[in-house]
Design a protein. Structure first.
Length: 203
């Protein structure tokens, strides 16, 4: 096993693609039926993360093959005692100590920075749940996840959803990049969603 710290600004394309491959393998195994991540989106997210938090990332390889990825997010505007870890181990490489080694890296980083608390999100019913429990995590918040598949919905159902939008909201759609007219409001909405998530996790 080899673990490297991944700096997206200087990382080789193969390492960025390897990080993406790990995420895809986890989605296929743990979230069957969900759309897989898109490589270009993964690379963009790695290179241009939310500015509210500093990210430290590690990529684990087994015999040269990317096998696990770990991202530690450190909020630098508030919550200075907390770090949020996102740990993914490709199913083919689980139960080999990779997750444990990456979590240890994250905890050492937190300890060095004087942050006594680590948070994480775990998908219930997957290998992540007993892993987290076995490393001393306790459940502080449970979220219900929902997906609306537009292709499987009747047009009348979608019309009803749109008609039921609260006052002040409107439904916009586009293909490809966000249009210039919507960029400012889109960025604001994404930032608010992230802040809400952080508050929920930390509380």
């Amino acid at each position: 096993m080899e673990i490297i710290e991944l700096d997206p600004a200087t990382a080789a394309g193969d390492d960025l693609a390897g990080w993406h491959d790990v995420l895809c393998a986890v989605v296929v195994h743990d979230l069957p039926g969900d759309p897989q991540p898109i490589l270009a989106d993964t690379v963009t997210t790695l290179k241009h993360p939310f500015e509210i938090a500093r990210q430290v990332r590690w990529l684990a390889r087994v015999d040269g093959t990317p096998a696990a990825a770990c991202e530690l997010r450190l909020d630098e505007t508030s919550n200075h005692e907390v770090g949020d870890v996102d740990l993914s181990v490709a199913p083919a490489f689980r139960r080999r100590g990779l997750g444990r080694a990456l979590l240890a890296k994250a905890i050492r980083q937190l300890t060095a920075e004087g942050r006594p608390t680590v948070t994480a999100e775990v998908l219930a019913g997957t290998a992540g749940e007993p892993f987290a429990q076995g490393h001393g995590f306790t459940c502080a918040l449970t979220e219900q996840r929902g997906i609306l598949r537009l292709a499987d919905s009747e047009a009348t159902e979608l019309d009803s959803l749109v008609a039921a939008l609260p006052a002040g909201y409107q439904l916009n759609r586009w293909t490809g990049q966000v249009p210039a007219s919507a960029i400012e409001s889109y960025v604001q909405a994404k930032d608010l969603s992230w802040l809400n998530l952080v508050c929920k996790v930390v509380s």
